[in-house]
Design a binder for this molecule. Structure first.
Ligand SMILES: O=C[C@H](O)[C@H](O)COP(=O)(O)O
Ligand SMILES: C=C(OP(=O)(O)O)C(=O)O
Length: 352
């Protein structure tokens, strides 16, 4: 290659490194028959709740991000016990988020940087993520995560029962196409502005069939043709214009769905814009929703909470990290979480 043509390519690529293939990762961390059963039953139960065939409430709950698999597994074992006890009233799915969309820059999650150090050992991150998904599922708890990088699902999606497209990617064609081929129900968040229009458009786009470029399980470039995902739903997470979990906001959002000929169902995220990122406000949001459920509200199919062992958040890189405390958004603690789960289950019983 002459000097002139060489300068046309990779001018801003510092390096390319080998990445494990999805097939090899799946071979190293195979799904057991027991885990397969948890994943498929989790998916089916979520769809039944969304479609109104199951009158329970879907509750997606867990840390804002996974940074310490051991602490996450301790959280999962506590959650599995409460989930089993309340399983007649709520379907608990653990938030097991490995990919973080950042407003500007910051730690992008365990897959991208598992050592929390800027080492970006993605191969290790993928192995840790897949092992944790298997471990949590083995407790009988289905898992949910946000899909951000469009090739991540090939590495882990076979162990995921519920997925999310975040507020920052709700309008992205790439993510809508991805949703159209994913095997599980997916919640699309309203935009960070608070506007629900992009998410409603996203649900319609994801329901359609698409053809796009991706990778196969061997990590080779592939043309992917999807059939469309009918289980994509709206998530109200509040935004720059304030919270949007009130009865009036829910009614407006359901009307927007009807207008677009989409099923009248949605979930509410009690964190993020609905609590102004203040974890102390999440219980108030959840209790407000619980009261409305108990009074007969049927448009709200699910609730999301950000919760970990210890309340609040901490910055990465401090000299002593607190075990079980979030390194991204602030979370409610375990005892608050278990009380709120009990209250949501009681609200579902009252609604019956
Ligand atoms: O859920 C986590 C955060 O809200 C999201 O990743 C954005 O975080 P940031 O605004 O701190 O970058
Ligand atoms: C990033 C998240 O939320 P949002 O897209 O609503 O900001 C999240 O749920 O982790």
């Amino acid at each position: 290659m002459s000097a002139t043509t060489a300068a046309l390519d990779d001018a801003r690529i510092a390096r390319m490194s080998p990445l494990i293939s999805p097939a090899l990762l799946r071979h190293e961390f195979p799904v057991t028959p027991e885990v397969a059963d948890v994943v498929s039953r989790g998916r089916a139960e979520v769809v039944d709740i969304l479609d109104g065939r199951d009158d329970r409430l879907l509750v997606i709950v867990g840390p804002c991000s996974i940074h310490d698999p051991d602490a996450a597994l301790e959280y999962a074992s506590r959650l599995a016990a409460v989930s089993a006890r309340l399983s007649g009233d709520i379907r608990v799915v653990m938030r097991t988020y490995f990919e973080k969309p950042r407003t500007t820059v910051g730690w992008k999650g365990l897959i991208n940087d598992p050592d929390l150090s800027g080492g970006f050992d993605v191969n290790r991150g993928l192995r840790l993520a897949r092992q944790l998904l298997l471990d949590v599922s083995a407790l009988g708890l289905p898992v949910g995560c946000e899909f951000l990088d469009p090739i991540t699902p090939q590495f882990i999606a076979d162990i995921v029962s519920w997925g999310s497209i975040g507020a920052r990617t709700a309008a992205s064609q790439t993510h809508r196409q991805l949703c159209s081929g994913l095997s599980m129900p997916i919640g699309i968040k309203n935009s960070t502005s608070g506007d629900v229009g992009d998410a409603v458009d996203g649900i319609r786009a994801a329901a359609a069939s698409h053809v796009f470029m991706g990778i196969n399980l061997d990590g080779i470039a592939a043309l992917v043709t999807t059939t469309g995902n009918p289980d994509v739903h709206l998530m109200l997470r509040g935004g720059a214009s304030g919270p949007n979990y009130s009865a009036a906001h829910v009614s407006d959002a359901l009307a927007s769905l009807s207008k677009a000929d989409l099923p009248r169902r949605l979930m509410i995220d009690a964190s993020h814009g609905n609590s102004g990122k203040d974890h102390n406000r999440q219980p108030g949001v959840v209790r407000d929703i619980a009261a409305r459920l108990a009074a007969g509200e049927r448009g709200i199919a699910g609730v999301m909470m950000e919760s970990f062992l210890v309340a609040g958040r901490q910055d990465l890189g401090g000299s002593s990290m607190v075990r079980g405390q979030s390194v991204t958004d602030a979370c409610i603690d375990w005892s608050t979480t278990s009380s709120l789960l009990e209250e949501l289950a009681a609200a579902v019983r009252a609604r019956r």
